[in-house]
Design a protein around this ligand. Structure first.
Ligand SMILES: Nc1nc2c(ncn2[C@@H]2O[C@H](COP(=O)(O)OP(=O)(O)OP(=O)(O)O)[C@@H](O)[C@H]2O)c(=O)[nH]1
Ligand SMILES: [Mg+2]
Length: 256
């Protein structure tokens, strides 16, 4: 079934020259038949801007903004959300830890009526295979704290990754603050929505380049959680549904 809703994928990049081309190609393969574009918001100090410049010449779907005077994952993603014009917005890391193929079922979830799709490593059919024991522990603790402090995260199995898709209209009037590293919890706490769909996916090893996760990220996360506890909206009537791998396949066939 062909679909007219446009998808814009926002990808924050910091020194990801070895990844952006492969990522764009894989997104293209994953989204055959879907109207989409990609917005790389780049703060790199390596040759990523050059690679992106070349990429925009080869691939009409690709746009990029290089920022000289600003840095930070959160400000980059929020900038991307402001300039992207898709009906649906997605956020995805550049390093291929989020498999681009997942964009197709995420798109199907929104076409089927979901307001926001939150892929999960932690439900049947998913895996957090790319993480070592220490990272699993850190990520588990972050999830646990989030669920305790923010009621809107309680029923969402994997709310702390950087992979999600939602309806752009949800941002109208939403006061997203670029604090820290976890943009999805900002969106979950500061926007109105009624249906969340979770679909399983397998987290991957970083394909190339280095992690930018800093020690400050932990403190920023705690600060963000307490801020959202005060500022966040109420989410009393939200339905969270979980798709099995089999059901996900059926929904892709039906909606994309
Ligand atoms: N624009 C921009 N992007 C950033 C910044 N810091 C990180 N990123 C990007 O944000 C995404 C997530 O960063 P990663 O370093 O992969 O963080 P992570 O996935 O938690 O850590 P690893 O598992 O070790 O890869 C990647 O696409 C980075 O390039 C920044 O300051 N500005
Ligand atoms: Mg990464």
């Amino acid at each position: 079934m062909s679909n007219q809703k446009k998808l814009s994928i926002v990808v924050p990049t910091y020194n990801e020259s070895g990844n952006v081309e492969v990522l764009s190609e894989k997104i293209g393969e994953a989204l055959k038949g879907v109207t989409y574009d990609i917005y790389f918001i780049d703060d790199s100090t390596d040759d990523t801007p050059k690679v992106l410049e070349e990429l925009t010449k080869k691939d009409d779907h690709v746009h990029f903004l290089h920022r000289e005077n600003e840095k930070g994952l959160a400000t980059a993603v929020i900038k991307g959300f402001e300039i992207a014009d898709g009906d649906f917005l997605a956020c995805m890391d550049a390093d291929l830890q989020h498999p681009p193929e997942i964009l197709r079922p995420m798109y199907a979830a929104l076409c089927s009526g979901a307001d926001i799709c939150v892929p999960s490593r932690l439900i049947k059919g998913g895996s957090d295979g790319g993480l070592n024991f220490y990272r699993k522990f850190v990520s588990g603790t972050a999830r646990w704290m989030g669920k305790i402090l923010l009621p809107c995260l309680k029923r969402i199995s994997d709310p702390t990754s950087g992979l999600f898709m939602f309806r752009k209209e949800m941002l109208q009037g939403a006061d997203l603050q670029p604090v820290g590293w976890k943009i999805m919890i900002e969106v979950l706490a500061m926007t109105d929505y009624s249906l969340v769909v979770e679909i399983p996916y397998s987290f991957q090893d970083r394909a190339s380049g280095e992690s930018k996760l800093s020690k400050d990220a932990t403190m920023q996360y705690i600060y963000q959680l307490f801020g959202l506890r005060k500022r966040g909206r109420k989410h009393d009537n939200v339905l969270v549904t979980r798709w099995s791998p089999e059901f996900t396949e059926k929904m892709v066939e039906k909606y994309v």
